[in-house]
Structure formats: structure tokens, C-alpha cells
Design a protein around this ligand. Structure first.
Ligand SMILES: *[C@@H]1O[C@H](CO)[C@@H](O)[C@H](O)[C@H]1NC(C)=O
Ligand SMILES: *[C@@H]1O[C@H](CO)[C@@H](O)[C@H](O)[C@H]1NC(C)=O
Ligand SMILES: *[C@@H]1O[C@H](CO)[C@@H](O)[C@H](O)[C@H]1NC(C)=O
Ligand SMILES: *[C@@H]1O[C@H](CO)[C@@H](O)[C@H](O)[C@H]1NC(C)=O
Length: 423
């Protein structure tokens, strides 16, 4: 793992044109091919109880904007932990890996205008009974999916792994037998057809065919009821972009290729558009497509030194704004989801899991050095350089709140829940 080039600091990329990067030049390029280790453990003998019912306010108010809010202290304990949930990937299993502080576990997201109900595994499983929710994207899609597996396990015990395929099991499917509820993950870091180049040999470039959805998930939409897309970080890597006719129309971080460097925002927009419109068309009425918006990394420090994320608390209100790149990625996703929702009917419902600002405010929620077990063990003080993960989220951790929102979106869709804009 120590030799994974994607975890090495990279030179500043040319897209950072706006001088907005604050002191903490966000050492972006940590995209996470990192994240390939999947963990399978034996099911626990004693599934934890913990049943909560989602709030269900009704009334004629406007729909609550979940994205507008703040993290507030919450003395409650997470619904699951490293012993009660058996499906947490080791690199995100912060408690088990030795992370000593626990303050990051005691915050909940408070929207300005409504109350976000605590996650209810029972409600979610009821909504997902005889249905299939698929997460499609990169390792952050997987991170959210693994949070959901843990949260659902609290209500029904651990799921059965019914399918796995691909190197490092990048395609997996579980079923919760109590409700015949299926949860799956599809590895597709570009959402569209692409070729991930080897990182081992020479210059690395990804090739992206932006007009063509990745068939690895698109071909299976017929058996999917809800698809949740989550991608973005891989677009920062060097890439060559192909259009509909197979022609190259641009590239990113590609000085040596004699092509026009177009940056990656346009490519990301095209990929999101292709993915969402394909899903809407192929899922059809009665199904749902959701986009989890971009979640930024929190590396602090110089790009050529080991970035780390050592904060132990969320940023305070006003302390941190979205940076330029985060905002662009977020806007692209909102705009493309809105355009797809306004498109042809009858079609699937389109929703946005608008988490970018929630994520920006949580530098404390990443594994950091605890992506490795006991990184500081063995005496001798702190190692000269310990690899940090400031991209993914500890489980349990802030990303559980993404699934609290997903539950509400599912409830609105399937049962007409209303969360009105009053507290
Ligand atoms: C983990 O969760 C289980 C079940 O809720 C609970 O019994 C146990 O005490 C928890 N462990 C820790 C360390 O909090
Ligand atoms: C279980 O759910 C799947 C959808 O995920 C559905 O196709 C299948 O018919 C369901 N099985 C039963 C017995 O209802
Ligand atoms: C770069 O591309 C231009 C236009 O396609 C071409 O004229 C030129 O010869 C190319 N340069 C190299 C070094 O390939
Ligand atoms: C919310 O309200 C709807 C409509 O009144 C109802 O069908 C549904 O069961 C309620 N959900 C919960 C979790 O109480």
C-alpha cells in the first residue's frame, strides 16, 4: 500500500488557476485508487437492536433544504460500531484501527429549517423491501454503501453477501433476507466508459468516453430500483477525453500529449449528464436515481509534504467555505441532476444528496493515519511519514448522515413523507 502512487503527494495541477486555495492548499490529488481492500468478516452472533422511527411530519410546507444547516453536538452514540458491524473496510474502521479520540462521533447535522430524523433501519428496509439499491462510482460511493450496510444491520442483522466479482471484489451485492432488500456496489469511478491505466508503468492516463455510460452498471439497470451515483475525484487524474464519434476533444494534465488541455470540469459534467440521463431513461417510472454530490478531501499542508488531517472537531460556522474546485464540482452535479429531472417523462425520479457543504465542514471525520492499523505502534515515536487518508470517512462517522438524508428521500418518494420547513 505504501507504494500506491495515488497516495503520494502530486505536483499542483494546472486547474488550480483561481487563487482561492487558502493556506491549506488542499493537496488534492489523492484520488483514491487507494481504496481497494475489501474486508469480509464472519457475521456476528448477536445482531444489535436499535430501532428508531423516522419522524414524519406532515403539513403543507415547502420542502426542507437539507444542505443548509450546521453540525451540532450530539451526546448520543452512533447506531453501530466496529464490533456490531462486520462489513466495515479496515481502512475506514477507525475505532478498530486505533484512533483514540471519539469526539468526531458526537455530532449530528441540523438543517436550518427542519429536523433530520435519526436513521431508522426499519423504515429504510421497509422502503427497500423487494427492491434493489445500487451505489455506482468510486470509493466514496463504496464508503456510503458500507455506512448503509452497517445502519441497516442494526435493524435486521448482517446481510448475506450474494455476489462478488472483479479484482478486489469491486462489484458486490448483499441481501437483507428479512425484507429481501438488496444493496450493491458497482465500481465505476468515471460513471462513463473508461480505461483506467496502470499506475505502475510510465505516465498514467485514464481514457474517458464521455458519451457512453459504463456498461458494467448501465446494462444492469433493469434489475435496479434506486441508483446512487457518487464520483468526482478520479477526474482530477490525468485523462484523455473522447466524444461521441470517438474523437479526442480534450485532455487534462496532459502537457506531453500535444492535445488541448481542457481541464476536467467539462469532462465531469458530460460524465454526470451521461450517467444520470442513461439512468433516468433505462430505469423508467417508479424508480429513482440520486446523485451524492462531491465530497472534498481535507489534506492540510504543503503538496510536497505528507498532507494530514489532524483536526478533532468540525469547522465552526463561517470558518470554512467551499473552495473553488469543490464548488464547481457541486454546481455541475446540481445542474445536471436538475436538467435530467426536467427531461423526458415518464421517467425515473431524480434526487440530489447535497452533501458537499456538510462534508466540507468535517475535517475531523477522516481516518487520517488510522487507514493503517495502529500506525504509531512500536515505540520510537512518530514515524517520519505516515500515510494519511483525508478523503474517505471513518465508519461510524459523518457519512452516516448522508444516509439519513437518503432515507428521507426514499420516504418522500415511496410513502409521500413530508419534512416541512419548520422546526
Ligand atoms: C458496540 O455496539 C454494541 C451493540 O450496540 C454495544 O453492545 C457495545 O457496547 C458497543 N461497543 C462500544 C465499544 O461502544
Ligand atoms: C426480491 O427482490 C428482488 C428485487 O431486488 C425481486 O426481483 C424479487 O422478485 C424479490 N423476491 C421475492 C420473493 O419477492
Ligand atoms: C501537435 O499537433 C499539431 C496539430 O495537430 C501538429 O501540427 C504537430 O506536428 C504536433 N506536434 C507534435 C510534436 O506531435
Ligand atoms: C409517513 O406518512 C405517510 C403518509 O401519511 C405514511 O404512509 C407513512 O407510513 C409514514 N411513515 C412513517 C415512517 O411513519
Amino acid at each position: 500500500m505504501g507504494t500506491d502512487p495515488l497516495l503520494q503527494p502530486s505536483p499542483p495541477f494546472p486547474f488550480i488557476k483561481k487563487p482561492i486555495l487558502l493556506r491549506t492548499t488542499y493537496c488534492l490529488i489523492i484520488p483514491l485508487a487507494l481504496l481497494n481492500i475489501f474486508i469480509f468478516s464472519a457475521p456476528p452472533s448477536n445482531p444489535p437492536p436499535l430501532h428508531k422511527t423516522a419522524a414524519n411530519r406532515s403539513g403543507g410546507g415547502r420542502r426542507c433544504d437539507f444542505a443548509d444547516g450546521r453540525w451540532v453536538p450530539d451526546p448520543g452514540v452512533p447506531q453501530y460500531n466496529d464490533t456490531s458491524c462486520t462489513t466495515i473496510k479496515s481502512g475506514q474502521n477507525c475505532m478498530a484501527q486505533g484512533r483514540p479520540d471519539t469526539g468526531y462521533l458526537h455530532w449530528r447535522w441540523q438543517p436550518a429549517a427542519c429536523r433530520l430524523p435519526a436513521f431508522s433501519g426499519e423504515s429504510f428496509l421497509r422502503l427497500l423491501a423487494n427492491k434493489h439499491i445500487a451505489f455506482v462510482g468510486d470509493s466514496l460511493a463504496r464508503n456510503q454503501m458500507e455506512s448503509l450496510l452497517c445502519l441497516l444491520s442494526t435493524a435486521s442483522g448482517p446481510p448475506d453477501l450474494i455476489y462478488r466479482r472483479g479484482d478486489e471484489d469491486k462489484f458486490r451485492r448483499w441481501v437483507f433476507p428479512s425484507h429481501n432488500a438488496t444493496v450493491s456496489i458497482y465500481w465505476s469511478p468515471f460513471l462513463v466508459k473508461g480505461v483506467e491505466k496502470s499506475f505502475a508503468e510510465g505516465k498514467m492516463h485514464n481514457k474517458l468516453y464521455l458519451d457512453t455510460a459504463d456498461e458494467r452498471w448501465a446494462a444492469e439497470l433493469g434489475g435496479i430500483d434506486v441508483v446512487v451515483f457518487s464520483a468526482g475525484h478520479w477526474f482530477l487524474l490525468p485523462g484523455v477525453f473522447y466524444g461521441g464519434g470517438g474523437e479526442v476533444f480534450g485532455c487534462h494534465h496532459c502537457a506531453e500529449l500535444n492535445l488541448t488541455d481542457t481541464g476536467f470540469f467539462h469532462a465531469f459534467r458530460m460524465a454526470v449528464r451521461t450517467a444520470v440521463t442513461t439512468a433516468v431513461r433505462k430505469l423508467g417510472q417508479g424508480k429513482m436515481a440520486a446523485v451524492t454530490t462531491f465530497s472534498p478531501a481535507h489534506f492540510e499542508g504543503e503538496w510536497d509534504k505528507a498532507g494530514a488531517c489532524e483536526r478533532k472537531e468540525p469547522f465552526r460556522e463561517g470558518e470554512k467555505e467551499m473552495e473553488y474546485m469543490d464548488r464547481e464540482m457541486w454546481k455541475i452535479e446540481l445542474e445536471e441532476a436538475a436538467a435530467a429531472a426536467a427531461g423526458a417523462s415518464p421517467a425515473a425520479r431524480v434526487e440530489v444528496l447535497d452533501v458537499t457543504r456538510m462534508a466540507v465542514m468535517r475535517p475531523d471525520g477522516h481516518p487520517g493515519p488510522y487507514m493503517h492499523a495502529m500506525p504509531f505502534a512500536g515505540g520510537g515515536g512518530v514515524k517520519e511519514r505516515v500515510q494519511n487518508d483525508c478523503v474517505h470517512w471513518c465508519l461510524p462517522g459523518p457519512i452516516d448522515a448522508w444516509n439519513e438524508i437518503l432515507l428521507v428521500l426514499m420516504g418522500m418518494w415511496r410513502e409521500g413523507w413530508e419534512l416541512v420547513t419548520s422546526l
